[in-house]
Ligand binder design. Structure first.
Ligand code: ADP
Ligand code: MG
Length: 345
């Protein structure tokens, strides 16, 4: 199912949680809504589910205006951060629940419900645990049951709100891979909410970066990582550094020196240059020295150097075995097209 969010605004007591949000979710894709806490991710998910109504704007399921559909008719599978399993029901009963409560006209026969639930139990790799109760399962297993339960109704759209947020890092990474595999097998249109950029980059076909109730950028993980369109996205996805610069005569200047970067369309005056620690090199300083190394540490397979330039500290990642010890005077060399200029704030 294709979902189109068109110019949606959502206010809570006049407080705008979402401003004019538009997003096309493609049929069969796994899209991640990524943003810091309070950016409006859950609100957008709840609007799609029909648990909230937009203050302005519309949501379409295919060609149908979703406001004409009840929550049931939207046929949504929903998984929350905190496992909302029924404690007094077995795992099998939990998975079957959505089908058992259907009106008689659309409810499959009991044998068929059981067959489907057992199949889903197998899909989420929990065969043999059908008679257990939720409190007999680990957190990771419970979230797999929650996913099986959401899939049981054969949802048009699957909505996952930080489903692995309460689990520890190792389990999260495993479940992330596992969810991607399940998605590739079942092909449900899936919206996955997370505030973890690594999770979003690894898991999604596309990601939608949100901040303060607005969509900042939508694109594939590569597009968003390599071509952030705003300082917010640059800073939120991956590691980044910001260098205050001046634009003059179509060139970028730092500390009274042109650094060999064309300014393109950036207007004359103060601007901000963004780059990633692994997209710059340190080269020998000349007369117009640009920086001093303040720290140098080995981090896993690379070395991380901190360089002070223009009163601010910048992280630079260099390949081993090279080193630039603290106190060394050096300057930044920017790799072609691996930086981005933004107007001064
Ligand atoms: P996220 O899921 O990205 O953390 P939310 O969608 O939960 O963000 O919240 C976005 C903003 O809307 C926050 O400022 C939050 O406090 C506010 N908000 C969310 N739900 C309600 C509500 N039911 N009543 C009042 N304010 C709300
Ligand atoms: Mg939330």
């Amino acid at each position: 199912m294709e979902v189109r969010v068109a110019n949606v605004r959502k206010e809570f007591d006049r407080f705008p949680a979402l401003h004019d949000v538009s997003l096309d979710i493609r049929s069969g894709e796994l899209i991640a809504l990524l943003g810091p806490s309070g950016s409006g991710k859950t609100t957008l998910l709840r609007l799609i589910a029909g648990l909230e109504m937009p203050t302005q704007g519309k949501i379409f399921f295919g060609d149908t205006d979703a406001s004409e559909k009840t929550v049931q008719e939207r046929n949504i599978g929903f998984v929350f951060q905190h496992y909302a399993l029924f404690r007094h029901m077995t795992i099998l009963e939990n998975i079957s629940f959505g089908l058992k409560v259907r009106p008689r006209s659309t409810r499959p026969p009991a044998g068929e419900i059981r067959r489907r639930a057992m199949e889903l139990l197998d899909l989420v790799q929990l065969s043999g645990l059908e008679k257990r109760y939720p409190n007999q399962l680990s957190g990771g297993q419970r979230q797999r049951v929650a996913l099986a339960r959401a899939l049981a109704i054969e949802p048009g759209v699957l909505l996952l709100d930080e489903p692995f947020g309460a689990l520890d890092a190792q389990v999260r990474r495993e479940l992330r891979k596992w969810l991607r595999e399940i998605h590739d097998r079942t092909g449900h249109t899936t919206v996955f909410v997370t505030h973890d950029q690594e999770e979003a980059l690894e898991l999604s076909d596309r990601l939608c970066v949100m901040s303060q109730g607005k969509i900042e950028q939508v694109g594939s993980p590569d597009e968003v990582y390599d071509h952030p369109t705003s300082p917010f996205v640059f800073g939120f996805i991956g590691d980044s550094s910001e260098l205050p610069v001046t634009i003059e005569n179509g060139e970028v200047w730092v500390g009274g020196r042109a650094i060999g970067i064309p300014a393109h369309e950036t207007p004359t005056g103060p601007a901000r240059l963004y780059f990633r620690p692994h997209d710059v090199d340190l080269i020998e300083a000349d007369a117009s020295m640009a920086g001093v190394v303040t720290a140098s540490r080995r981090v896993g397979g690379t070395r991380r150097v901190e360089l002070e330039v223009g009163g601010a500290s910048h992280k630079v990642e260099i390949d081993l075995p090279f080193d630039h010890p603290a106190g060394e005077k050096t300057r930044l060399s920017f790799r072609p097209k691996r930086w981005k200029l933004f107007p001064a704030a």
